[in-house]
Design a protein around this ligand. Structure first.
Ligand SMILES: [Zn+2]
Length: 436
């Protein structure tokens, strides 16, 4: 009950031993993928690599990348599971399905062993936030096909009392928070904000009438943006913990510990690479690059060098908590990044600034458009009603802060009154793209 780690041996292992463990598993994973997945056999043969080529972890760089579009094509080649899978369908016990918003939904299959190991990671990450068997936990994530749905089982295996709320309407959810007095909830950062604001509008005294002490968030970068995290924490009087998951791998692959100093990746299950997206070469600690993940122990569908499309920074220094696995900070989706006057801009960079300027509500919307064949952007922000500054002063502050932090400023800044921008329920749509 009072132990500090879910699995001390694996979470605090020396890096040298961890890397030995990774290497042994990586060799086996590559061999398994080659021998059992028609796709990997062909893709490895095409570049002339085999499991014999893995003598050190860096040798992973000899292997080809895989991405979402390849996964989708391979699935269509032989529905339902495609020729990327490495086991017979009779061994598959669970599939999640990603949203079809950018094409045909892809399914992510798990064998019983994959699923149990997946839930063991979830228990570990939950334990790292301080969740204990005496907690009451509300899982307010979508259960319909979403890979994060089953993560509740990790909390249940840990011994917490679990409330499978899913995406209930906010009235019902607030009723549960009031009546059942759960201590921990998991949702998206946008929804945590929306739900807190809704509670306040309904006259609920969040600190007195509710018992939420911890809010786990995932799905958007907000949980790692200091000002966004602080705003949610102030609203709720609770601590915010950021998790990171990926539909093709695990519901959560990484999460912050009580020190909230980067998200600990489950490196006993995943090999982490962070690469420059132009040169495809590795970047150093603290530098921005795309996160590439290789599963080390998956049976149903090994993922070898999966391009996540997420831009992160990493460190492999031991955390204050004593855990040794790599930690990442999520900057944003590569798809959401835009280039304006030669500068790479992430909506999360704008969010960081907007949330730090006094007098603004923190809500914002970016509109991208083309002018003289160049991407430009305008910005809408909201001010609190009692603000004393003039619109002109706010525009100047926002503009100069953005210029100072990012190096390029919006062509126009519209200042709106609190409540004028739409509030997101689950995933916020904060960028409107008018290009093309
Ligand atoms: Zn830590």
């Amino acid at each position: 009950m009072s132990k500090k780690y879910w699995n001390e041996e694996i979470e605090t292992i020396d890096r040298e031993k961890l890397e030995e463990y990774q290497l042994k598993n990586l060799k086996e994973q590559i061999k398994f993928a080659y021998n059992n997945s028609a796709y990997y056999k062909k893709s490895f043969n095409d570049v002339g690599v085999t499991s014999e080529d893995i003598q050190a972890l860096e040798d992973i760089r000899k292997f080809p990348f895989i991405n979402k579009s390849i996964v989708r094509k391979r699935q269509q080649s032989k529905p339902l599971l495609g020729d990327l899978v490495a086991v017979e369908e009779e061994r598959v016990v669970f599939v999640s399905s990603s949203s079809g918003s950018t094409g045909i939904p892809t399914v992510s299959p798990f064998t019983k062993k994959d699923f149990d190991e997946f839930q063991n990671i979830e228990s570990r990450l939950f334990w790292g936030t301080g969740m204990r068997p005496n907690d009451r936990y509300v899982h307010a994530l979508n259960f319909s096909l979403f890979v994060g749905g089953p993560d509740v089982i990790g909390a249940q295996n840990l011994g917490a009392l679990c409330i499978w709320a899913g995406t209930l309407p906010s009235d019902r959810l607030l009723f549960i928070l009031k009546e059942y007095k759960p201590t921990i909830i998991w949702t998206t950062p946008s929804y945590a904000w929306y739900l807190g604001e809704t509670a306040r509008q309904k006259g609920i005294n969040i600190r007195e009438e509710l018992a939420i002490k911890k809010i786990i968030v995932a799905g958007e970068p907000g949980g790692s943006i200091e000002a966004t995290k602080n705003a949610i924490e102030d609203l709720w009087g609770a601590e915010v913990y950021d998790f990171y998951g990926i539909s093709d791998i695990f519901g959560a692959c990484a999460g912050v510990c009580e020190y909230k100093n980067g998200l600990h990746v489950a490196e006993d299950q995943l090999l982490v690479e962070v690469i420059n997206t132009d040169t495809l070469e590795p970047v150093g600690p603290g530098e921005r690059g795309e996160l590439i993940l290789t599963t080390l122990r998956k049976e149903a569908r090994p993922m070898i060098r999966f391009r996540t499309g997420d831009i992160v920074t990493y460190t492999d220094e031991k955390c204050v908590c004593g855990r040794t696995h790599k930690r990442i900070n999520i900057i944003g989706r590569l798809d959401d990044m835009f280039i304006s006057s030669g500068v790479n801009v992430f909506p999360s960079d704008i969010e960081y600034i907007v949330r730090n300027i006094e007098g603004l509500t923190g809500e914002y919307r970016i509109t991208l458009f083309t002018k003289n064949h160049m991407t430009k952007f305008s910005l809408e922000v909201e001010v609190n009603e009692n603000i004393k500054k003039t619109i002109r002063e706010i525009q100047d502050t926002v503009s100069s802060e953005i210029k100072a932090h990012i190096g390029v400023k919006p062509t126009e800044i519209n200042v709106l009154i609190s409540g004028e921008l739409p509030r997101a329920t689950h995933k916020a749509k904060r960028v409107i793209d008018l290009r093309r």
